[in-house]
Every structure is written in C-alpha cells, then in structure tokens.
Design a protein around this ligand. Structure first.
Ligand code: DGY
Length: 320
C-alpha cells in the first residue's frame, strides 16, 4: 500500500503509517500544489493524505477515483467536494476535536490582543516610539463582564466560551445551525438569531464551518448592525468576512477592533491596510499550530488512512 502526502506532517502520523506497513511519498516543497500536480501525485497511489487548502474538486476526484480513502489533516473540509467523493464511493475523513482547544486559545489571544492593541504597541516599540508615560494614551478596553457572541457553537466555539466564562465572566450568546443544549446547560449560553448576535455581542467570534450559507455573511450590512465598541474575531475561515467591508467598518468606527487568524485571501498581502490599524491583530492561520494539536491531527489522519485501506469504516468520517 502506498499513499501520497501533500506536505511534510508531524512524526506521530508518520510513525503510525510506518507501523502499519504503509509506504508514503511526501511532497516536501513548501508551496501549494496545482490541480495537475495533485492528480499526478495520486497516480499509482492507494490513498491521499491532504494537508492545507488543496482544492479537492470534482475534476480532481474524477481523475483520482481509484483512491481507496482521502484523509484531510484539518477539521474544516470546505476545500473538498464531499458529494462527489461520496458518489464515487471514496471514503473521506477529517480531524475534528483535537484542535479545538488550540484554536480557541488563538481566538482568545486575538480578542485580548485587540482589546489592548497589543500587536500595534509592539510595533511602536520596534519603531522607537515608546515615549513618556501618558495616562491618556494607549487606552484599551476591559473584557470583564462583556457579552461574548459565538457564531458556530461547535467544539471550538464551546471551548472559547468556556475560557471566556472562566477568565472574564463573560455572558455567552450564540448563533448556530441548531441549538447546542450541552453548551446552554454548561455555560448558560443563550441561543439568539443572527441579527441579535450582531446587535448584542461585545466580542463576536466566528467558529462556523465555511459553507455556501456562511460565505461572506460578515459584510457591510452585518458590521453596521454591530456595536461601535464591538471586537470582531475570525479564527475559522477568511471567506466568511468581507475584508474591504471590515476595513471600512473599522475606519469609520462602526466597530472597535478586529482579530483575524484567517484572511481572504491567504496569505494576507504585507501591504494590507488592516495591518496598519491599532485595533487590529492578525495571525497567519495558526489556530491549530501547537505540538499537541498538530501531532494529534497527523495521528487522526493516519488512522483514517489505515482504516480506509483495510476497507473498514473511518474512525473520523466526513461522508457517513
Ligand atoms: C482546520 O483544521 O480546519 C484548520 O483551519 C487548519 O486548516
């Protein structure tokens, strides 16, 4: 059995594959593969372990229909045409849960960094701009008791809500495809409509999956409904917010600040005006970038590959 891996992955995943006697070819160049390269890489392979946002669209899947399993090393699967994979009988799996804590930490970090303009202050010191102690300058805002709004109350949203309840006693409201009764019970989280979420959140943090329904929902109209003191955080997918509308909302003080772990497009251009704004913090999609989470993700992806190659149900399936 031989599989193609689109990037070098952490050792725990490789070790599992070796132990199962599965040979692998890793694409080790640090760049995204083109569709043609992906198709070529999968020729003669039994399975694909895909890392990053490779577009696994209908054209790729048709050309690679011989694959016995596709394992994504990510929780999100917006880059994969699940319906076509299912129709072709290719089992596909992902790595949910193991990265929830790390990703929630990233959203928490961004929220706090924005509330105190931390990234901008760092840049000011680098520029030699640390003057005298001015009691009226560099003022941030405290998070204690402010309302946390979660868009997408899955395991990452719940983990963030838990941290914010504990650290800042923040009341939690959320909007989701369906009610999350466990979060309501544990955290006193209150289900609200999308408009209520926009209108009532002091910090609005995005943790939903990217789907046709969620794409671009944070646009000018949405930002207009938010509080002027609100902080917008996105640690899910950049395509859920409109970057120009966000910039405009910040410039016109419609909202107070923004923390982004994901941008649209990625990577963000170094001249992007958002990077110059004091109340903005941007990170390069590092939500799951901890040793614990990435090691766990590699292991789960390998588990999916091993099960799929044996013709067994995947332990972490997408197409159930
Ligand atoms: C995920 O798992 O979806 C992360 O965003 C990494 O792609």
């Amino acid at each position: 059995m031989k599989i193609f891996i689109t990037r070098h992955i952490p050792e725990p995943g490789l070790q599992l594959l070796r132990e199962a006697g599965i040979a692998f070819t890793e694409h080790t160049e640090k760049r995204n593969l083109t569709l043609e390269e992906l198709i070529e890489g999968c020729k003669g392979m039994d399975a694909l372990l895909s890392v990053g946002g490779n577009k696994l669209n209908a054209e790729f899947l048709q050309a690679s229909r011989h694959l016995k399993v596709i394992a994504l090393m990510s929780a999100g699967y917006d880059n994969l045409d699940v319906d076509t994979a299912t129709a072709l009988g290719i089992p596909v799996g992902n790595t949910p849960g193991v990265l929830s804590n790390a990703t929630a930490d990233t959203a928490f970090l961004l929220m706090l960094a924005v509330s105190r303009k931390a990234f901008f202050m760092h840049k000011m010191i680098e520029k030699g701009d640390w003057g005298f102690f001015d009691p009226t300058a560099n003022l941030g805002m405290e998070l204690n008791g402010r309302t946390l709004g979660i868009f997408g109350m899955g395991s990452i949203g719940t983990a963030l809500a838990r941290k914010c309840r504990g650290a800042f006693d923040m009341p939690v409201i959320y909007h989701n495809r369906s009610r999350n009764e466990a979060a309501e019970k544990e955290l006193g989280a209150k289900y609200v409509s999308f408009d209520e979420l926009l209108e009532q959140s002091d910090v609005l943090s995005v943790h939903a999956a990217l789907t046709p329904q969620t794409e671009g929902v944070f646009n000018a109209a949405a930002f207009r409904k938010m509080k002027p003191k609100a902080i917008f955080v996105n640690a899910a997918r950049g395509a859920m917010h409109n970057e120009n509308d966000l910039l405009e909302a910040l410039r016109s003080h419609r909202i107070w600040g923004a923390g982004l772990d994901v941008t649209n497009p990625e990577p963000m251009d170094k001249h992007n005006l958002l990077l110059q704004m004091p109340n903005v913090a941007v990170l390069p999609h590092i939500g799951s970038a901890t040793e614990e989470a990435r090691g766990g993700m590699a292991r789960m992806a390998a588990e999916n590959i091993i099960a799929g190659l044996k013709g067994l149900p995947l332990p972490h399936p997408i197409n159930k």
